[in-house]
Design a protein around this ligand. Sequence first.
Ligand code: NAP
Length: 373
Amino acid sequence: MKIKRVGFVGWRGMVGSVLLTRMRDEADFDVIEEPVFFSTSQTGQAGPEIGSQQTRLHDAFDLQQLSAMDVIVTCQGGDYTTQVFKVLREEGWRGYWIDAASSLRMTDHSVIVLDPVNRELIDQALDNGVRDFIGGNCTVSLMMMAMAGLLKADLVEWISVMTYQAASGAGARAMRELLTQMAALCVATAPLLEDPAAVILDIDRLAIEAMRGASFPVANLGAALAGNLLPWIDRIADNGQSREEWKGYVECNKILGRQQNPIAIDGLCVRIGAMRCHSQALTVKLCVDLGMDEIRGRLAEANDWVRVVENTPQHSITELTPSHVTGTLEVAIGRLHKMRMGPEYLTAFTVGDQLLWGAAEPLRRMLKLLLQR
Ligand code: NAP
């Protein structure tokens, strides 16, 4: 099928705008005959400028308009997907659906896309007529990009993942609120901070009082994140897990096509006060005792974006940090060394931009793949 019309929904949200920026950077629009932009709230208004062309926004709930698309790329969110996808398919629409939301990830008719890891699975699915391609959970995709060299070679028995997830994972409002909280802490402690003779425990007391105070801004995050951390992300699942932790296991195995022979993956997901890079500390039980040179080599060669960081204090605090990796496509992995538990036990720390490889990039590449077929 020759793809002509590509519809974009959710393009002005956080993931959608990163997607558009990447598509402009890579000149992807040059190969799309007719990009069409939709909105749930701004029908008729001006859409984004593509090249020299000014686009107009269509109604994202107009099924007739949507069904004229060969591909729909949506970064609008799960509620939108639930409302529109099923009806569109029931009415006979046979185009490709590319989605950032989680709603369809675990359905039988979808593939979770992360092409540097599961390109074969994607190609097979396309050959078999699959039309629903869904981006993975950000933390899962970033861990898999970093660990692809060992995961794809079937060298991993299990992984314990402890995450340090950025505010961006909770949306744009959460990012703003984190900064507002930081500002509130500065205001609360300013009088003593300015006094070099002030006692640090008095400064700390002011900060804690502000954090616990009724006027501290927590409307979006639910609690203080600045100067604090939140050891729960997403809804409650079974067995004491959060849904975010559950996704780590099910999505990773679906991406690898190993639902029948899953790798055990578990851990705790924690929100920290980073802006848009997720970090993860991994404990890995390898299937065999591999040498460190081989491990580093396999990780580094797995794809063009993973970067192995030397396990030194200087490299770790300069190159293996959210502030260093943010805004780049690089997925850094470092702190690599064997653990006291035995020669098959490896530890690692990885950092990746949650909005790039964690969200927009797998979708952009899936669209590109369809356009090139
Ligand atoms: P978002 O920023 O909240 O944007 C979603 C929609 O909100 C926009 O497309 C826009 O739709 C509407 N909107 C209302 N006011 C807006 C404003 N002032 N600026 C921009 N948009 C506004 O959502 P998101 O964080 O990108 O997430 C989209 C989907 O991706 C979700 O399903 C999420 O779970 C998934 N995802 C998110 C991340 C992440 O890091 N946040 C990572 C992976 C996957 P209209 O134009 O129709 O009004």
